[in-house]
Design a protein around this ligand. Structure first.
Ligand SMILES: *Cc1c(COP(=O)(O)O)cnc(C)c1O
Length: 374
């Protein structure tokens, strides 16, 4: 029973009603709500097409298939991400090749990309971490020079921009996600956006057992999956999308409060850096413990006793057991990612939080940190 959970969706009675209406309609899948959500989402994302799927992970799988990534292909990506981005590369038989991150934005360090390119490199799976777009200027130049496809994992960064251009509009395709801790939710759910009719039609077929787009159950032209979004989720998505601007504005306000309270304590806690080229949409608020980082576990425990949930955000993917075993990764391979992983702490972050809540959380955090800082 946390007083302050890490994340919490904001659901209105109007949204409850929208879901109940679908339930009463009897059309629970392959219906009008999914189409409505896709149309509205494409418009919001600034893309020609949007294909709704059952999760962000499913979306990444299909986006990589549509990009033609297959056995033996190398895909450059970030070790500092949710595991789904690297896993999806392996679903299609590809090999994730990690490039270390920048120590300030926690996104892939564009300067280190070219050294990782080989004859087998086919694409860059860019992850826009924590609500902030990656360095898309240099990344796009590198992709063009080496003829690599760009696929964007924008699951954490809906609404973010880089130099005024929306995250999710740079690559061949981009994927968004609607798990309950994201900026907007459908329960489980994801969305692939693209300007390519070919990619769109292929993803629509792949999510639906490889069926032809005319929706007949009679023919399957390729190996497909069931990655469909259901109508209840889509109805919730339609309603949440209408509140997305408000969600993002609220998240900015809360980030600003954290910033204001933590500003004077940067000797013990490092606050997140925002690149002025970017607009940040704050998926999470992640600080770094400085001197006290070795006591992170104890600090988390102490905060938990006060009802404040925190979490290391995020462990570096290459050090997960499965990745160590499969690719022989070891400590020290991506030192920046590892050092951020070792000291990071996500604080409670959701739209219902008030200024006084942030004050309570920060005070408890500071007293916990300072008890170990001496
Ligand atoms: C949330 C997320 C995903 C997708 O997660 P699902 O739970 O499958 O929707 C993918 N990549 C990143 C970086 C994420 O944060």
């Amino acid at each position: 029973m946390n007083l302050y959970p890490l994340a919490k969706p904001s659901i209105t009675t109007a949204e409850e009603k929208a879901v109940v209406e679908v339930l009463r309609s009897g059309v629970l899948s392959l219906g009008p709500k999914t189409k409505e959500f896709e149309r509205a989402f494409a418009k919001k994302a600034g893309a020609k097409y949007a294909c709704a799927v059952s999760s962000g992970t499913a979306g990444l799988h299909l986006a990589l298939l549509a990009a033609g990534i297959g056995k033996g292909d190398e895909v450059i990506t970030s070790p500092f991400s949710f595991i789904a981005s690297a896993n999806a590369i392996m679903y299609v038989g590809g090999c994730p090749v990690f490039v270390d991150i920048a120590p300030d934005t926690y996104n892939m360090d564009a300067e280190k990309i070219e050294a990782a390119i080989t004859k087998k490199t086919k694409a860059i799976l860019v992850v826009h971490m924590f609500g902030q777009a990656a360095e898309m200027g240099p990344i796009m130049r590198i992709a063009k020079k080496h003829k690599l496809k760009i696929i964007e994992d924008a699951c954490e960064s809906i609404g973010a921009t880089y130099c005024g251009k929306k995250a999710g509009t740079f690559g061949e395709s981009a994927v968004f996600a609607f798990y309950p801790n994201k900026q907007m939710t459908t329960g489980e759910g994801g969305m692939i956006v693209t300007d390519s009719k070919r990619v769109y039609e292929l993803c629509c077929s792949l999510r639906n057992q490889g069926r032809k787009e005319d929706m007949q159950w009679l023919d399957h032209e390729r190996l497909g999956y069931n990655y469909r979004m259901d109508e209840m989720s889509a109805a919730l998505g339609v309603a949440q999308l209408k509140r997305l601007n408000m969600f993002i504005a609220e998240r900015r306000k809360i980030a600003q409060w954290y910033y204001a309270y933590l500003l004077k304590h940067q000797d013990v806690i490092q606050i997140p850096a925002t690149d002025p080229k970017n607009t940040h949409t704050w998926f999470v608020y992640v600080v770094r413990l400085l001197r006290a980082s070795v006591h992170r576990g104890a600090i988390m425990e102490r905060l938990a006793k006060k009802g404040i949930a925190t979490k290391p955000y995020v462990p570096s993917i290459h050090l997960f057991d499965f990745y160590r075993k499969t690719f022989k990764y070891k400590k020290g391979d991506y030192p920046v990612s590892e050092s951020v992983s070792a000291a990071s702490l996500a604080l409670p972050f959701y739209v219902d939080l008030k200024k006084k809540d942030i004050c309570v959380i920060v005070n408890e955090l500071l007293s916990a940190v300072k008890s170990y800082g001496k």
